[in-house]
Design a protein around this ligand. Structure first.
Ligand code: GRF
Length: 212
């Protein structure tokens, strides 16, 4: 008997390698989701090609066509809600979203961020990690709240910082892990195993970060 698949919408701005890892996991039947649509604010995002290749509907909502962040976000909500998703995932979506948008998807909006949050929220995380001289770096999947990169973390993956690393080398090492942890976090959500308890995420009733 086929399992019910969780309807999902993904938002991207660029290359879409995380999107690809989700498409691949869903295609292998590892992940009980149905990717209903991929939206991009950038008309030329390579991730749109990946989606079309996989037969997934795409939409462009170009932020340059809107006078305010509020208008842009309202247009996004309109398009996203037309697909009736149970989960919305940000996969390299490079626009800051308004609190109204974030609150509308409370508890069903995820992001992947290339650092071990709460370290290095924001941009240029790899260079900042190198500049800070940390020995370990990584990536985090978290629920999105109005605080930028501040929502409860679902899963993290760690990588060593190696001698001679530049930001690109470190980014590549982190990205490999991103492609593992995003589908895993989405799978847990789709299986109904995640809850938010105050600022922590519980997986099967226990703090998810203690269960790696
Ligand atoms: C990833 O490093 C992700 O963590 C960050 O933006 C990058 C997107 O890469 N939010 P891709 O478009 O998924 O290849």
């Amino acid at each position: 008997m086929s399992r019910r698949r969780l309807p999902l919408v993904a938002l991207i701005s660029g290359r879409g390698s995380n999107l690809q890892s989700i498409i691949d996991a869903a295609g292998d039947d590892d992940l009980p989701v149905e990717i209903r649509a991929v939206l991009s604010n950038e008309p030329d995002a390579y991730g749109l090609k990946r989606a079309r290749r996989a037969g997934i509907e795409t939409r462009v909502v170009n932020h340059r066509d809107y006078e305010s962040r509020h208008d842009f976000d309202a247009a996004l909500v309109n398009v996203i809600d037309g697909f009736e998703p149970g989960l919305v995932v940000l996969a390299g979506f490079m626009r800051i979203l308004t609190a109204d948008f974030v609150n509308h998807y409370h508890g069903r909006l995820m992001n992947i961020h290339p650092s071990l949050l709460p370290d290095f929220p924001g941009v240029d995380t790899h260079q900042r990690a190198l500049d800070a001289g940390v020995k370990e770096h990584g990536a985090s999947v978290h629920f999105v709240t109005p605080e930028l990169d501040g929502g409860p973390v679902i899963i993290q993956a760690r990588v060593p910082v190696k001698k001679g690393d530049d930001a690109d080398a470190l980014a590549a090492r982190v990205l490999e892990k991103e492609h593992l942890i995003y589908p895993r976090a989405i799978k847990w959500f789709a299986e109904g195993r995640l809850e938010i308890d105050d600022k922590r995420v519980l997986l099967d009733g226990k703090p998810s970060l203690d269960q790696r």
